[in-house]
Design a protein around this ligand. Sequence first.
Ligand code: B3K
Ligand code: ZN
Length: 866
Amino acid sequence: HETIYLEDYQPPAWLISHTELRFELEEEQTLVRAQLRIQANPAVADKRKPLELFGDEGMELSRLCIDGQILEASDYQREAGCLRINNVPESFTLECVTRLLPHENTALEGLYKSDGMFCTQCEAEGFRRITFFPDRPDVMSIFRTTLVADKARYPVLLSNGNPVDTGEDGEGRHWVTWDDPWPKPSYLFALVAGDLALLEDHYTTTSGREVALRIYAERKDLDKLDYAMQSLKNAMRWDEEVYGREYDLDIYMIVAVDFFNMGAMENKGLNIFNTSCVLAHPRTTTDQGFQRVEGVVAHEYFHNWSGNRVTCRDWFQLSLKEGFTVFRDAEFSADMNSRTVKRIEDVTLLRTAQFAEDAGPMAHPVRPESYMEISNFYTLTVYEKGAEVVRMLHTLLGAELFRKGSDLYFERHDGQAVTTDDFVAAMEQVSGRDLSQFKRWYSQAGTPRLQVHDDYDPQSGEYCLTVRQSCPPSPGQDHKQPYQLPLSVGLLAEDGTELYTGMLELTEEEQQFRFDNIARRPVPSLLRGFSAPVKLEYDYTDEQLLMLLRHDSDGFNRWDAGQRLCIRLLQEQMLRYRDGLAMSCSEALVIAWRQLLTDESLDPAMVAQCLRLPSEAQLGELAERIDVTAIHEAREFMRKALAQALEQEWLQAYQRCDTGDDYTADAEAIGRRSLKNLALSYLMAAGREPWLELARQQYEQSDNMTDQLAALTLVAHSEFRETADELLQAFYQQWQHESLVMNQWLAVQASDPTEGALQRVNSLAQHPVFDARNPNKLRSLIGAFCGQNLASFHAEDGSGYVWLADWILTLDRQNPQVASRLLTPLTRWKRYDQGRAAQMQAQLQRMMDTAELSADVYEVVSKSLV
Ligand code: B3K
Ligand code: ZN
């Protein structure tokens, strides 16, 4: 397996102006005829270069012509994913016919079948599984695509752009030709053929273009498309208002497919979505599911500008489109719902999973420098940290200049394939600032650490903050240069009055900031709104944190103060547990929580966020050595203690939030349900029979999946095994025909921490609702067990590790991308105690010793073993 380096980038020697494709879709095979209009790239000096096209090794080439002349086998060479043709003219038409077997394509890359329909996934390098092509994002061409298929089986034939012609071929076959006027790279190509139902609506853009909006799904899911449609219209309006970006075709299509490696794909004019990111109905979809649909629909829509009209020069620039688009969709969701809650959720994900990635063997900069398999770099670092980097630019420049910069970026690079440097250059130009130091955020990996100290001189009234920044080494980067970053700060008096509010800018390794006329020693509120993706250390007292939790004017930092306090208390209990001492719960915490829980003037969504203990995964990320058992025991102890100490208050909060209103998916209703179900979870943790009855009642009487699934999960994870089995069985009976609901059913059981978890997941893998070819099912079973059931996965005998490794080896032959992704938990072996680390390492070694690993799994395993 070969490594590709950013520094080796060369512009393409050949350009394609037009790509004409004809797909003969049949049950046993698909024939693809591609006609490419090719010219030598005038910007590349060496004109005698052979033509090199990418093409998957397994793809059958049945015809190859240049300007109508069939090529002899001696005119070209095929080797390792590449087709080389020597002695081609300056400009010519290449015709190429390939034969594909979509029904055997289990990798779900290129052309494949999902539940009887044909669909494609081409990002990043799937187009080379369809035909021979310069399959790289900086080669953009105009596509015209004809699909031919049996009319009864595949009445709907879709591709990018607009339908321009259609007809019947006799023998029950029909065809449709699609024309996409916008030049695009091959990774944005898509087709769909199937028997699909459709929800149609329309949208008028600010300049008056009428756009048909069509969302396609299986007929049985037609009632689950309204929310995606509304989200799409909201996103279109938002992008016009906030970024001045309009849609540019007459049709915008979304198709829902059940077999999909990721969330969704932004193919030009024809988005293809994992059903889990588009279908939504109150009866079958949780609040979280609704918000995911809204966010992903918006994300893919926003790519039409940040990704499609302006695309990436090469895959090292992936964050150019992904980081920016995640920032855009996060701001959209913040505007549609609660800004602070959205921020808390995003930061929690970053701190839990991205920080862990930064500290692991696959750590890489937002703009990676090398890769073996690009699919391994669709990561939290490229997406979420990349979005934080764009957010910092927004903070440093301010909203107005940032918008000017984005306008300039879109205008200057429309129709081009560009780099993150080009993005930053636009921001530099409009602001007149030098952002060269800032660009270290793109080139250096690892999570920076900020250590803050303060001094106060009561005589002079001067307060001084000293900030030291550092960043730990990461693979290939031993020493890091200081970053430029915005540090949003408030200074509070003891009674909570705000004495200072502002944004400090860090550029040095160590810097001091002085504040005058401060009458008393203030409490600093640091890194407000999480203004930079760093780990901030300041030696707060418990009292200071409690004060911030009550009074900080920054909602995010109010929450964060509470979390810091919980983390500290949990870490103390972990030590006590390890030393065999009795654990205890702080009375001050109970009092603070009681205040939050009983103050009816507070936003229930925020209260719920504040009263949630940090997850086991997050506690693990924070630990030097991860002690799975101590984390689990300390957290369970605290949960139970807080449950019992506040039992009446939890019940009152439950009753207050249980309004009996009809289901709506707005932020307020979602916030109420989140506090209600959190209260129920603490009542269940208190462990008394009446609360089991309350949960059962909620399970039976709720009219929405949020409440039903919350109750099911709590009972299923409790010691009340009889009721647990009864409800799991009832849930199965009720929902066995809803594939997405069955995913939840699998995940609930896979994440059940009670005794015997491995045995349960093993038998679920044999259950008829499970299908090892469907990535959603794999994530629900294997992903949930290894990622959310930490105590079981990390069982001391190593059984969880062997189980995962067995799965990876099986899946790698079938779907390398999914295999490589599921492998993540094993890569963190160095963070665990010796016994566990050795067993995890042994499983990685076992995989390494297996012949013929895919590039995907090979890259992750080999880097993890270093
Ligand atoms: N751009 C796609 C990612 C596809 C990755 C395939 N390996 C989804 C998105 O970020 O919008
Ligand atoms: Zn994206």
